[in-house]
Design a binder for this molecule. Structure first.
Ligand SMILES: Cc1cc2nc3c(=O)[nH]c(=O)nc-3n(C[C@H](O)[C@H](O)[C@H](O)COP(=O)(O)O)c2cc1C
Length: 190
């Protein structure tokens, strides 16, 4: 199998990262791949915001309150370890990138196509990183939709929507995932 085919088939979401730093130059290579994704009408609807420590700290009040609310809703005992885990998921990840797509409230088809293009771009980014031995995980946790996140990142929620955070770093381990068989997902029609 070619290197590219192997890259496509071996990629897995990575949930635990080593402390090894990701070089900015490697991120730039991956952003170049992201930038080359297809998009209809040349709308280039994606933007990437790399969250520094200061920015991450500013969203912690929302992280903490979401974690406490989750404990209440699940009728779990509110405990410091679940709050600390939530904080760690933001503060201890080597790189966090907020990914946005352009909104077009006046044109729902354009918005749908733009979302599709943004996902192509995001996956280009993921695969480019994977090619360099760098793992990532797409996260759509509540913090990605919280109003404080938009305020801190200075994203206008009428123009752009955060489609997720991409957590990036060197894999501690690569999980196995069961996928559908090819015979289950494709049909050749007459
Ligand atoms: C749109 C989207 C949102 C996701 N959001 C989350 C998330 O919030 N939390 C999480 O742990 N994984 C999230 N994932 C990762 C998926 O759980 C993962 O892709 C899935 O388990 C398949 O594993 P694989 O990526 O290793 O093939 C998300 C994936 C996608 C495509």
């Amino acid at each position: 199998m070619s290197i590219v085919q192997n890259l496509l088939n071996s990629r897995r979401s990575i949930y635990h990262f080593t402390e090894q730093k990701v070089k900015s130059s490697d991120l730039e290579i991956a952003f170049e791949a992201a930038s080359n994704a297809p998009c209809h009408k040349q709308t280039h609807p994606w933007n990437y915001y790399v969250l520094g420590d200061e920015t991450r700290k500013k969203i912690l009040p929302a992280v903490i309150s979401l974690s406490k609310n989750k404990a209440i809703n699940n009728k779990d005992e509110e405990n410091t370890s679940s709050v600390n885990r939530a904080i760690s998921k933001i503060m201890d990840v080597p790189v966090i990138i907020a990914v946005t797509t352009k909104l077009s409230p006046e044109d729902s088809f354009r918005e749908e196509e733009d979302y599709a293009a943004t996902v192509c771009s995001l996956h280009n980014l993921v695969l480019s990183l994977w090619d360099m031995g760098i793992g990532s995980q797409w996260s759509t946790g509540s913090i990605t939709r919280h109003p404080l996140t938009y305020t801190v990142l200075e994203i206008n929620n009428e123009l752009e929507k955060i489609v997720g955070f991409l957590k990036v770093g060197y894999p501690k381990n690569i999980p196995e995932k069961q996928k559908k068989k090819v015979s289950e997902i494709r049909k050749f029609l007459p």
